[in-house]
Ligand binder design. Structure first.
Ligand code: DGL
Length: 275
């Protein structure tokens, strides 16, 4: 039976998913993990539904082939544009039990507890914003919350290129914050709805009034995964427990190792996954 078990897959278009991976491992250290960054094809945030679905499903299938029975799309853009098709059309056709989960629902489910004014801002990639996924998901759980969105197309490149402490970053952060706060009165919570953005959190807090809370997803997704595994013992039984993590990238391993260290705060040795 143990042959059927595999690591929990964590997927992102690049490094951003490492902010979620880090919190999942902190919450559930006993499992094995396999992180895959599609660094060769990042960014996903500017691409069409068809392309994001194609790239995401390809990577998920690689994770399945490497033994994962459960995969977390630690990327909002992939969760917004590919998750539904994968869950509804692809997973039911597989010969064995596999599951793919995203990061939008675990975030939307708890937003109601984090806002008093019921005015919430979503900061995300253009792809996530145009999918309206957050507006729809939050609306299902908390119809009284007014959600405004702001696409921040420069933020992912600033993070990917390790330029997030520069003056250039300050300009773009302030520009997008001013814009989102101008879209509704009394916003008291801003969701970082892109897994790259938590690296900007200190800067963002500096530029925001104190009453505006910045919500980062990592801990929310980790708590939701813990709860999911408790509610689904049939999936939990398929997740191997050895406390090991492996990292794969579709691009250069040297640059993955260097940049992943910034996200995780420790060294990693990644392997190359040819597409
Ligand atoms: N990290 C991805 C997200 O959460 C976005 C990065 C990209 O544009 O590929 O949406």
């Amino acid at each position: 039976m143990s042959d059927n078990k595999g690591p929990i897959g964590v997927f992102d278009s690049g490094y951003g998913g490492l902010t979620v991976f880090k919190e999942i491992v902190k919450e559930l250290p006993e499992y094995d993990y396999l992180y895959l960054g599609d660094n060769a094809r990042v960014p996903y945030g500017t691409r069409s539904f068809e392309t994001v679905y194609k790239y995401t499903w390809e990577c998920v299938q690689h994770l399945f082939q490497m033994g994962c029975r459960l995969v977390i799309l630690a990327c909002n853009t992939a969760s917004a544009k590919a998750l539904r098709s994968i869950q509804q059309n692809d997973i039911p056709n597989l010969p064995d039990l596999r599951r793919v989960l995203g990061v939008i629902r675990p975030t939307a489910e708890v937003v109601g507890e984090l806002t008093k004014t019921r005015n919430v801002g979503v900061l995300a990639t253009q792809g996530t914003v145009s999918s309206d996924s957050y507006v729809l998901e939050i609306g299902k759980f908390f119809p009284d919350i007014h959600v405004v969105q702001e696409a921040c197309p420069m933020w992912v490149p600033l993070v990917e290129n390790n330029e997030f402490n520069s003056e250039g970053a300050d300009y773009f952060l302030q520009k997008n914050l001013k814009s989102v706060l101008g879209k509704a009165p009394n916003i008291d919570a801003l969701i970082l709805a892109c897994t790259h953005y938590p690296l900007l959190i200190q800067k963002l807090k500096q530029f925001l009034p104190e009453h505006v809370q910045v919500i980062s997803q990592g801990e929310l997704v980790a708590a939701s995964l813990k709860d999911y595994l408790q509610r689904h013992p049939e999936i939990e039984a398929l997740c191997s427990k050895g406390g090991n993590s492996e990292f794969y990238t579709t691009e250069s391993t040297e640059s993955f190792n260097e940049k992943a260290a910034i996200f995780l705060g420790h060294k990693v040795l990644s392997k190359h996954l040819p597409l």
